[in-house]
Design a protein around this ligand. Structure first.
Ligand SMILES: [Fe+2]
Ligand SMILES: [Fe+2]
Ligand SMILES: [Fe+2]
Length: 330
C-alpha cells in the first residue's frame, strides 16, 4: 500500500544526496575563492559537516535498499562547479560567493524540511530525525555566513580597490534590479504552476511586493544618476524562462517550487544585506534603509513559504498512498 510513497521517499533521499554531492564540491573550492580567512574557515568547517551529511544519507538510502543515484550526483557536481566558476569570473568574487553560499544553505534547509515531512508521512522515524539534525546544521551554517556579511563586504571592497565605492554600489543595485526582474518572471509562472492555494497566495502577494521592490530599486538608481542595466536584466530574464520551463515538466512541481522559492528569497535576503552594507560605506543612507526594508520582506516571505512545507509534502505523500491503495493501481 505504501509502495509508491516509499519510492517517492527514496527519490527525495537521492535528491538530497545529490545536493550534498554538489555541496562537497562547493565547500572544497570555496576556501580558495574567499578572500578572507574567517570566511575560508567557515567553509572548511562546513566541509567536515557536509561529509557527515553525505554519509548519513548514504546510510538512510542503504536502509531502504537503495544506492545514491549516480546520474543525479554527476549533475549535482557539475552544478557545484558551475556556481564556483560563476563566482570566480565576476569581479567581487567574495561578495557573490557569500550571497550564493548563503542561498545554497537555504536550499539545503528546504531540502531537509521537505525530506523530514516526507519521512514523517511515510512513517520513517529515523530519516525524519536525520533530516531534522542535518537541517539544524545547515541553518547554523547559514547564520555563520550571515554573521560574516560585513567581512565579505570588506573583502570585496579590497578586491575592487582602485574602483570607487560609488560605482561599486551602482553595480550592486543593478544586480539587485536584475534579480527582482527574474523574481517577477518566476513568480508569475510559479503562481500558475502550484496546486496549493496557500502557497499560490504567498506567491501572488509577493509578486505585488516584487513589483514594488523593482520600482524602489530603480528609484534609487535614478536618484544616483544612473539606471537599471539592460544586459543584466535581460540575462536573468532569459534565465527565468529556462527555470520556468524546468519546473513545468517536473511531476513534483509544487514541492520543488516550495523549496526553490525559499532558496531564491534567501538569495535576495543576502544580496540586500550586502547592498545595505555597501550603501552605508558609500554614505547613501536612503539606499541602505531601502535595502534593509526589502531584505526584511524577502526574509518574511521565505519563512511563510517554509510554513507550507508540512502541508504541501503531506498532501503529496497522501496522494501517492491513496493511489497505491486503490485496487488495480500500479
Ligand atoms: Fe549538507
Ligand atoms: Fe550545507
Ligand atoms: Fe523576493
Amino acid at each position: 500500500m505504501q509502495h509508491s510513497a516509499e519510492e517517492q521517499l527514496v527519490k527525495y533521499l537521492t535528491d538530497a544526496h545529490a545536493v550534498e554531492a554538489q555541496a562537497l564540491a562547493q565547500m572544497r573550492a570555496a576556501p580558495r575563492i574567499a578572500a578572507d580567512d574567517r570566511l575560508a574557515r567557515a567553509f572548511r568547517e562546513h566541509l567536515t559537516e557536509t561529509e557527515g551529511h553525505e554519509r548519513t544519507l548514504r546510510a538512510r538510502l542503504a536502509a531502504h535498499d537503495a544506492d545514491p543515484s549516480r546520474v543525479k550526483d554527476v549533475a549535482g557536481r557539475g552544478g557545484g562547479w558551475g556556481m564556483i566558476l560563476f563566482a570566480r569570473s565576476q569581479s567581487d568574487a567574495t561578495g557573490k560567493l557569500t550571497a550564493h553560499a548563503f542561498s545554497y544553505e537555504s536550499m539545503e534547509v528546504a531540502t531537509y524540511g521537505l525530506l523530514g515531512a516526507a519521512a514523517t508521512s511515510a512513517g520513517d522515524v529515523e530519516t525524519a530525525a536525520a533530516a531534522a539534525a542535518i537541517g539544524t546544521e545547515e541553518r547554523q551554517m547559514g547564520k555563520r555566513l550571515a554573521s560574516l556579511f560585513d567581512v565579505a563586504v570588506e573583502a570585496s571592497l579590497r578586491e575592487v580597490a582602485g574602483d570607487d565605492l560609488t560605482a561599486h554600489l551602482d553595480r550592486y543595485l543593478k544586480d539587485a534590479h536584475a534579480l527582482e526582474q527574474q523574481a517577477e518572471q518566476l513568480l508569475k509562472v510559479a503562481t500558475r504552476l502550484v496546486d496549493d492555494e496557500g502557497l499560490a497566495s504567498i506567491f501572488e502577494s509577493h509578486l505585488r511586493q516584487t513589483r514594488d521592490h523593482l520600482r524602489r530599486v530603480e528609484g534609487r538608481l535614478r536618484a544616483r544618476g544612473t539606471g537599471p542595466s539592460r544586459t543584466k536584466d535581460l540575462a536573468l530574464r532569459i534565465g527565468a524562462l529556462n527555470v520556468g520551463g524546468f519546473f513545468a515538466v517536473q511531476p513534483d512541481t509544487t514541492v520543488k517550487l516550495s523549496g526553490f522559492a525559499y532558496a531564491f528569497e534567501n538569495l535576495e535576503v543576502a544580496v540586500y544585506q550586502l547592498v545595505r552594507r555597501v550603501a552605508e560605506r558609500a554614505s547613501d543612507p536612503e539606499t541602505a534603509t531601502m535595502a534593509a526594508e526589502i531584505s526584511g520582506e524577502e526574509g518574511a516571505t521565505a519563512e511563510s513559504i517554509a510554513g507550507t512545507w508540512t502541508r504541501v509534502m503531506g498532501d503529496r505523500m497522501a496522494a501517492l498512498s491513496d493511489a497505491g491503495a486503490r485496487p488495480g493501481a500500479p
